[in-house]
Design a protein. Sequence first.
Length: 238
Amino acid sequence: MTGTTARSVLVTGGNRGIGLAIARRFVTAGDRVTVTYRGEEPPAGENLLAVRCDVTDGEQVDQAFKEAEAAHGEVSVLVANAGFTQDRLLLRMTEDDFTSVVDTNLTGAFRVARRAVRGMLRAGHGRIVLISSTAALHGAPGQTNYAAAKAGLVGFARALTQELGARDITCNVVAPGLTETDMSRALTPEQRRELLRTTPAGRLGRPEEVADAVAFLAGAGYVRGAVIPVDGGAGLGH
Ligand code: NDP
């Protein structure tokens, strides 16, 4: 947290998994945190404002921001975390498998970032963190859709960084490797073993370890357009 002023933070998909760990980190820092959810609300007693929002719907995104702004003021830290996978080998992948994954993971981030930047430009300050994946950097079989969407976030962040120029608004990417959440629990034991074989840390990441990188970027003013891998060394830095 910069100084003693609580920031208005919005985390998409902050009801569970990595998003919830990120939201908790900001609450611990004294910030005012809004999380979006579609199905289940976050656990009670977390000191989070929970707002229903599907990031594939621009109107729901706008409404979520309005509720966050009404309760906590203009959003100054955005974490675009909502994501999902729909793995299939290319020849079996339907167009819907591809476009739905892109719509949530990439276009969803575009929708929330565009909505957030409006207020950040007015305030002259903002931090945007996009949750990508090591799949963006290395690819993975069965994930042409997901890898393309997550790689798209890197180009998006770098283009936006240049658009924002000298303003105090940053856009960076965090690229987790395999992390203990519902998403990774869907992997087969073979997929898990293979991923761990190429991970020097020899274990999966914890959601709190992704939150560490996000918290750093939310405080950093001179780190821009960067991709920070949180992958136990699997990509040896990238
Ligand atoms: P989970 O499957 O545990 O949670 C996914 C979150 O995204 C949920 O909050 C879910 O909401 C939300 N979400 C999915 N689709 C939408 C949508 N259309 N609109 C709004 N919210 C949506 O995943 P993780 O916590 O593991 O993943 C968080 C992020 O980290 C994702 O972007 C993922 O791609 C990325 N990541 C995860 C890795 C891992 O190993 N776990 C590795 C690398 C990257 P709801 O509960 O309502 O479904």
